[in-house]
Design a protein around this ligand. Structure first.
Ligand code: NAP
Length: 464
């Protein structure tokens, strides 16, 4: 049944409100101060869009929708409960599901529409199904790499770019052939299969270290495929939501590439993470100085300016609440404590901001890399908690290093550097860190939460 004018106006109103909420959500998500409001706005927007669609009188029966809702909730609820360090792979799976649903609706539209599909309509469906299908398989491979069920290293072979581009070319050729002959029965399934294969070929050669950037790019593809689906289904809210998703994912990928000083082509074709052996060999014999929690507490209490640099290890150890206690104790003693935030510290953009906000550390104490670096020369102690690559001076000096050119936090310019980590093992990029061998560096070996807890005990006078 077609909706009456009043119902249609109500539905349109709900869709417009949802679109406005999506835009506000993205705006608010860009600062930790307003991020919670942003999440809520996004949730209300999504609920409004889904609710309005379900209330549309054109819907004839709810049976299959209820079945799909139960299956979706059955998968989505446990996915939402994963540990925070697993959020990148969880996000990759969400993109995979989003892209799969866009591709499947496109496939359904094709089979429902033939033999009456216009050339323009066929072009829309073909493009949408190609992007949806390659995003689906690409995202599944990305999630597998991040979860380490697939090898993290880049899997490459000779002539690989030629093979991958030929497969993409074949998918596009099949789409063009379909536009001229939509009713040819074999072209459409062949195009879907070729696009699925291209998704695998696209992501397999990319190393684990680049996966978060790739996921952000796949997020952007999933968004664009949803926007195209909006054109196919004549749904304005889907066009808007898809375009917002697509463009914000793309902007995020650009920001991440900049933070790592990498170009898109380097991420997609550079096979980052392969060259690790030579860097290790050169430093095997070098010695480091280590210190106890008691010594660390003594050095910190004698300082007047401290910069704390958190990284992935703080997230793994869930040390943020202990770090908050340390921050409180030092601040009470009149010590100026700030946090140096690298844009790609951790395993996802904003990872450190989220953890520190969770521990109620004031937002104005979180200082972006470029701003804190100018202060580093006047800093008494740089305390690194489970960070590694984002502090590696080889990025500035060693042209042979795989992270050469990546902007880093200049902690080596501080008067004393203290590094909390469990061992001399490398970080995500798999390379040694010359920072640890400097005269002014003290290694504080141990789990981040336990070690910070010990320093806190020493400082609060109960360590003896
Ligand atoms: P990192 O280089 O991966 O180093 C983390 C360090 O934490 C490790 O060296 C590890 O040393 C230590 N660690 C692990 N568990 C610990 C625990 N329980 N207690 C104490 N220390 C622990 O991390 P990062 O400096 O944050 O750099 C992030 C890396 O991810 C960069 O290479 C970046 O390019 C990459 N990346 C991030 C993003 C993003 O969006 N954030 C995106 C793309 C790539 P031990 O094993 O010795 O303890």
């Amino acid at each position: 049944m077609m909706p009456g004018i009043a119902t249609q106006q109500l539905l349109d109103g709900a869709y417009i409100t949802a679109a406005v909420l999506f835009i506000l959500s993205l705006r608010w998500l860009s600062s930790p101060v307003t991020a919670r409001r942003g999440v809520l706005a996004g949730e209300i927007g999504a609920a409004l869009a889904v609710g309005a669609t379900l209330l549309n009188p054109e819907l004839v029966q709810y049976k299959w929708i209820i079945v799909a809702l139960i299956i979706g909730a059955g998968i989505g609820i446990p996915l939402g409960m994963v540990h925070m360090t697993a959020v990148p792979q969880r996000t990759a799976l969400s993109h995979a599901f989003g892209a799969m649903s866009a591709a499947m609706i496109g496939i359904a539209e094709y089979y429902v529409g033939i033999p009456n599909i216009s050339r323009f309509g066929m072009g829309e469906i073909a493009l949408e199904v190609i992007i949806g299908s390659l995003t689906f398989t690409g995202s599944v491979i990305a999630a597998g790499k991040l979860q380490e069920v697939l090898p993290q290293r880049p899997i490459t072979y000779k002539g690989q770019n030629v093979v991958s581009l030929s497969v993409l070319g074949a998918a596009i050729l099949l789409a063009v052939a379909l536009v001229f002959n939509p009713n040819q029965p074999y072209l459409f399934p062949a195009m879907v299969v070729v696009a699925l294969i291209f998704g695998v070929l696209l992501v397999t050669p990319i190393g684990g270290a680049d996966m978060p950037t790739v996921i952000s790019l796949l997020n952007s593809y999933a968004g664009f495929s949803a926007a195209l689906l909006g054109f196919v289904l004549n749904s304005k809210v889907l066009v808007i939501a898809g375009a917002l998703d697509g463009s914000s994912g793309f902007i995020l990928s650009v920001i991440m590439c900049k933070a790592m000083n990498r170009s898109f082509t380097n991420v997609m074709f550079g096979a980052f993470g392969q060259v690790q052996v030579s860097a290790k060999g050169a430093t095997e014999e070098r010695t480091v100085r280590s210190a106890s929690p008691e010594e660390a507490a003594g050095i910190l209490s004698a300082a007047s300016k401290v910069v704390i640099v958190p990284g992935y290890g703080m997230a793994v150890a869930q040390a943020q609440h202990k770090v908050r206690e340390l921050f409180d104790l030092l601040t009470k003693r009149g010590i100026d404590v700030k946090f140096g935030i690298h844009p790609v510290a951790g395993r996802m953009p904003g990872h450190m901001n989220v953890l520190l906000a969770e521990a109620d550390i004031p937002y104005d104490k979180l200082v972006e890399m470029d701003d804190i670096n100018s202060d580093m020369g006047q800093t008494d102690v740089a305390l690194i908690i489970g960070a590694n690559d984002v502090t590696n001076p080889a990025a500035r000096t060693d042209q042979s290093s795989p992270i050469f050119g990546m902007p880093i936090l200049d902690v080596d310019k501080a008067h004393t550097v203290m590094v909390i980590k469990r061992s001399m093992n490398p970080g995500f990029a798999g390379i040694d860190n010359p920072l640890y061998y400097l005269d002014r560096t003290l290694m504080l070996f141990g789990d981040a939460k336990a070690f910070v807890g010990d320093i806190v005990r020493e400082l609060s006078g109960s360590g003896h």
